[in-house]
Design a protein around this ligand. Structure first.
Ligand SMILES: [Mg+2]
Length: 217
């Protein structure tokens, strides 16, 4: 099978925002709901749009949760995000192999741009971004992935793979008809990704890229 395009999730897949997300969630729920919620519960819906995650935590206070999260997130963004090792080189290898790359994320564009501003390495290799504003439906719905394929020049789904760190990414890939590749260095464990039945599971992006390039011969 010759692949033409690789779609990539953002948080937890090509940038290490897991701690920033967790601490923002913990801050917002402590402040707005006045109680401690386990890390597992706070992180269970990461990968879906933030407004949706907040509705799932407390439908009546979702707006306040979102506001509190966003304020904390902006203030602590630069201190808490980290590069993931080897990402720039991995993306460059895909690019050099002639594969078209697009980031497909549930995040808002300003938030993606804020992170790219801190980690400038990524801007050189990926130029197509599908963010929350671009589709009405969100992962696990296939719409954002299909939008990415359209922007890359109508790549057929069977000639594409989606790399992500969340069970929602695996589900969205399946719904879109693209190969699902899960990496376990983000917000979810290997067990959770295995339970989601990813087509392929790797500890990091570099080993996922090794596999995809070998597949492409
Ligand atoms: Mg993610």
């Amino acid at each position: 099978m010759a692949l033409e395009a690789i779609l990539l999730d953002f948080d937890g897949t090509i940038v290490d925002t897991t701690e920033l997300i967790y601490q923002s969630m913990r801050h917002a729920t402590r402040k707005v709901l006045g109680r401690e919620i386990s890390r597992e519960v706070l992180m269970a819906n990461v990968g879906q749009p933030l407004p949706r995650q907040m509705e799932l935590l407390d439908p009546e206070k979702a707006h306040q949760l979102l506001r509190s999260y966003s304020l904390f997130n902006e203030e602590h963004h630069d201190a808490l995000i980290r590069e993931l090792p080897g990402v720039e080189a991995s993306l460059a290898r895909l690019h050099q192999a002639g594969l078209n790359l697009a980031v497909v994320t549930s995040k808002r564009l300003p938030s993606v741009l804020m992170t790219l501003g801190s980690l400038s390495v990524l801007r050189n290799v990926v130029d197509v971004f599908v963010t929350m504003e671009d589709t009405a439906e969100h992962k696990p719905h296939p719409a954002p992935l299909l939008k990415g394929l359209e922007l890359l020049g109508n790549v057929p789904p069977e000639k594409a793979a989606y790399i992500g760190d969340a069970p929602f990414d695996v589900a969205a890939a399946r719904a879109a008809g693209v190969v699902s590749v899960a990496v376990s260095w983000g917000a979810f464990t290997e067990e959770a990704l295995r339970a989601a039945s990813a087509d392929h599971l790797f500890p990091n992006l570099d080993s996922a890229v090794d596999y995809l390039l070998a597949l492409n011969g």
